[in-house]
Every structure is written in C-alpha cells, then in structure tokens.
Design a protein. Sequence first.
Length: 730
Amino acid sequence: METYIKGTFKKTIYKTDKGYIVGLFKVKETNREELEFYINHTIPFTGYFHELKEEDNYLFYGKLVEHEKYGEQFQVENYERVLPEEKDSMVDFLCSGLFKGIGEKTAKNIVDCLGKDTFSVILENPSNLLLVPSITKKQIMTLHDTLVEYESSYQTVLKLNELGFTTKDSLIIYNKYKSQTETILQENIYRFMEEIEEITFRKVDTIFLKQEDSKRDDHRRIMAAILYVMGEVCNLYGHSCLEAQEIFSYVIRLLGNEIGNHDFDTALEELIQEIKVIEKNHLYYLKEFYEAEENIARRCGYLMRKEETYDKKIEKLLPEVAEVFHCTYNQEQQKAIQESFSKNILIITGGPGTGKTTIIRAICEMYQRTKKLSYESLIKEIALLAPTGRASKRISESTHLPALTIHRFLKWNKENNKFAVNEFSKSEAKMVIIDEFSMVDTLLFDHLLKGLRYDTKLILVGDYNQLPSVGTGQILKDMIESEKLHVIRLKELYRQKENSNIISLAYQINEDRLDPTIFNKNEDLTFIPVPSNNLKNKILEVSEAYKNQTESFQVLIPMYKTIHGIDAFNVCLQEVFNPKEKKKKELLINDVLFREKDKVIQLTNLPEENVFNGDIGIIESIENGTKKEIVIDFDGNLVRYTSANFNKFKHAYAISIHKSQGSEFDTVILPIVKGYGKMLYRKLIYTAVTRCKKKLYLIGELEALELAIRNNDSAERRTTLKERIIENIT
C-alpha cells in the first residue's frame, strides 16, 4: 500500500519555475505508523506540483526521507487535491479569495442551500445555483468556471501520467503550458522535447507511437528527429554544424529506415522556415549554435575595430613589477603584458613552462598600480575566470585574487539552466582574463559575452595544442587560425632551463617526433617498457611508492572500459592507496565499493555547493545505516551527498585525460598500450604529459607511444567560427 499523508498545505518555503516546491504540510491523517507523530503537526515536504494553494486540502503519496541538512521530510511522488467536505471548510474555501466576488455571507447561503455535495452540484449544472437567494448571474459563472479550471488542471496531469509521462515530467509540462497543455498534446506532442530540457525525444516518441492515429512517417515526428539528431551529434563530436546527408543518415538510423529523402527534405525545409535550423553555404546549424558563433565573431570584430589605448606608464612599471615577483620577463612576456593594456582583445598562447601564469599575475599587479586601485576596487574591475574549479583555484593562488569558474561568475542556476548575469543584467568588469581557454566551448563563451559589457577587455590564455572543449566548438583554435586577432605566441621555455625533460617531451610530441634517449636521463621522466599483459602489475608496483601521496599523485588513462580502463584500475588502485580497515566505513553504490578516505572526482557542476565538474576530493565520512550519506572534502569544502546524488562522483585514483584538463599533479603515471586503439592520438597524449609538474612515468609499449605521436587525426570538428571572424574583421 502506498504511503500517504492527508491534510492541509500551509506554506511555501522554496519554489522553482518548473514546479519543484519545498513547503510545510499539516497532517490530519496517515496510513503509516512512523508518520503518526505528525498528526495535527506540520511536516516539511518536497516534490513537483502543478499548483498548490495555501489552506487547501491534499492527499500526498510518497515516502519519509532524511535530508542531510534539514532532517525528516515527506518526499511527494504523487498527489490529489481534496475538496472540502465539512460545512465550515466548504464555506472557508468559497470565500478564500479563489472565487472573486464571493464573500462569507454568500458562501454560507450556497452551502446551506446545496448541502454537503455543493461542489459536485455546481460542476454538474451551474443552474443549480439559482436556488441560492440573492446570487447574481456573474457570481454563478465565476463559481462554475473557477471550479472547472480548478479540477481540469489536475485532470490534465492525470492524463499526462496515463499517456506514459512520469509524475515529475507531467508536472514540469503542465507548469510550463498550463491550460495550453491539452492543445499542444493534440497539435504536436514533440513540442515538449523541443522546449523542455528534461523531456527527451525517445520518451515523447514512445508515447506518440502508442497513439492509435499515429503514423511513423508523420512530418512532426521527422522534424523532431532532425532536431534531436543534430543536438546529439553536435554535442557528441563537438561540431557546430552538419551536412544534410549526414543528418539524414542519422535520422534514418534513429527512425528505422521508415522515411524517404522527400519526407526528410520537406521536414528540414520546414524547420528552416520556422528558424529552428539555419542553413548557410550548404551547412545546417541548430539556431543556438549559429547565433553563438555569430555573436562571438561580431564581438571579436567590434573589439578589433575599437580604438586602442596606450599608457606609457606600463613600460616604465614593468621593471618594478618584475622586482615585486623576483623575476625577469623575456621579450614575448613583456609584449604580452603591454598589449594586454593596449589591445581590446588579446590571445596569449603557449605550451607548458612558457610563463602564462606569470603573465596573468603581472597583468593583475600592473592593472592595480596603473589605476591606483584599492583591493576592493580591483576585484570589481578585473575578473579572473577559468572553465574548471581547479584551474580557477590555481590562478587565485598565483595572483592572490579571487578567481571563479565561468559558471559561477555568470551565476548559473542549475534548476532552470539559466545565468543571472546575462544580456539584461551585465557584469561591471572592465577586464576579463580567462585561463585554460582551450577548454571553453562555444555556447558557454557566448553566454559569457552576453553577460559582459560590449567594451570589456578580453585576455584569453590557453595552450593551442591541448584537447578542445568537451562541449561544442574549438574556439581557441578557430580564433588563432583566423589570423585576424592579436595573438602572442610564447615559445621560450622556462622550465626547460630547469632541465625539465617532461616539457621537452611535450614539445617533441607536438613536433611529431620522439627521441627515446630523452627517457630515464633524469628523475623527472621515466619510461618503463612492459607488455600489455603485465601493465596492471607494473602500475601497481610503481604506485606503491606513492601510497602516502594520494592527492599529488595521479594515474591518467585514455578510456573508461576494457581491462586497462579507468574503472578497472580504480578497483585495484583503491587497495594500494586506501586498503580496507576496520575503522573505515564502507558503502556499496551500484556495485562499486566506496570507503572513507577514498579519492573521488566530481562529475557535474554543483554551484550552490561551490563544487564543479572535475574537482577532486577525499571522502571524509560515510553513514551506511538506515540513513545513507557520504561527506566529501574538496580542499576544505565539506559537501554532503545522499542516495539521490551518489551518482555525482566516482573514484579518482585513475581519471580520464579529458577530466584532468585544467589540473596539475606532482606525479603522473600514463599507461600507454596499443589496446587503447583510437584513443591514441597526439593531442590526447600531449594533454596528459602537460598535466605533470615533477615526475612522469610512461608505462607500456614504446610502439604505442610512437603511434599516438604520429596520429594527428583526432576527430576534426566542423565549425565555422574562423570564417565568421574573417567575415567580421575583413
């Protein structure tokens, strides 16, 4: 039997646009012993609702849960509105304000006249209200129409449930469309997946195909499939645009060869007419990708055309700033610092050891000195940003200024996936410096530009040779290759002067060559040749020497699956770095065993907890009784996880090279064997090597490393930002 509580909704504590509510509910009745304590008392509740009205009666179905911060709550999975049954309650309901023009006297007359079935009598036939003394025609229509609307919203949600949508999905849909929901259901159910992020094509398509009059070649279905395919393929491969034949082949695969070329062409043309798809030069874009590239190119054009400024004080202050940081700046670095002030947009690119961080630190110091700003004024005018939490922390440690992830700077709201800093509410920053810019994708940079004033100076710092962003685009590459923007290329290696063979190897990789004599000359770079069948044993053997250095030591692996993948290595590395002990609590989650002091990596952004995708932490404590909870320490920031979000982290003894971007580790092990197949390519190996600061072990097959260096065929991204920039600046 489903657990329920019946009673009165008292108060909203928190509410989102999608209908998620945290509130207080006064319990009058329940069917569970553990909830009887709350009878005649209020209990906090959470859930998705299409509408709740204070002091109305409801029946909530769900379960009692323990929240990590707020204690016991009733988690509502489904609910019913309960119309008042007692005379006094019915009178209170009628004069509650829901029915305009109905006061207490009229309400009493209605209930006295129609009795305990007042509401069903009104719904059945509004003419029955003519029996009530002194009631007007207007009041009769108000009562009837409001009650019908009151009931129909619930019936609409029930209908969505019956079609196959979950209660949560149904409520999100109803909260967006309200009374229009039924109309959209009849006209085009695929609008739900187009306009609501949580509603997937596959869910809508399954429901559509169950309907009696549905046709597999329905043009609405084909249009929805095109939009779905374009989004999925672009996000998977990083493209911003696709060719028509390419889209057609994916749509055919998705729909099962059930449409012809004519049907596809007609649907694609209709999407173009509706401006949901943009066609340019025989390439097809989703509207958001097209507009993002356009916006970025336009801003680049504006900043390049804007008059440059030159402050003679910059050149004079350089020696003074160098003395502050006990360093000297080479010609490239001096030029980068000076042009950061004279140019309106500047790209600073270079490999590891070329002083990119040194330049950022100098720019910040110089900015404060030239403008004679207090610390408080400085951090208002200059924004230091990075795509990941670890990268922003590194800039902050170097400059002693606050640095933020781009999401945090834009005040991202994960509930509605929107940014509070946007084109209607812009940041006041006068200069923005973005580190690790190669990791920034097209849509995120577009959102950032919308949140900045049009004349904000942009300093974009990154390594051209690193992996591109996980999301769509290759902005740094396209901007540099346009040859229309100011670019400073840093080539002189500082760390090479410190006999860093790691840096030398990184540059050999970029130059498509490998001199094997570079290995094992100094302590910083070691190659250990082993056949693939002995790879695991050798990595565990080397790792043993670092078992007390968990946080500064990292194994980087190109892929998750196979016997040499991340998942397999995390199991055995856990026993090296954090073996089983009686005093350490454990918890099994989806067949993976976590224990206290495990090293873990965050998989998604949780801005409200100041934790971001790629952040690495240590499990501080585990509760594995009736209440299951894990507390993870992210560099002093303790974050609590319950079963609802246990899927937000994984073990991090071994992590992917993609996830390591923006991070640096003292010691890195990079296994490299031919079994990694297509994941052996130059940019990936280069990125892995450049994550290491002090000691790098390459373990495996030299032939596999040579193969990776020769392979420059990492999946080429199809973007047109370079061409757009050229068009805007020529």
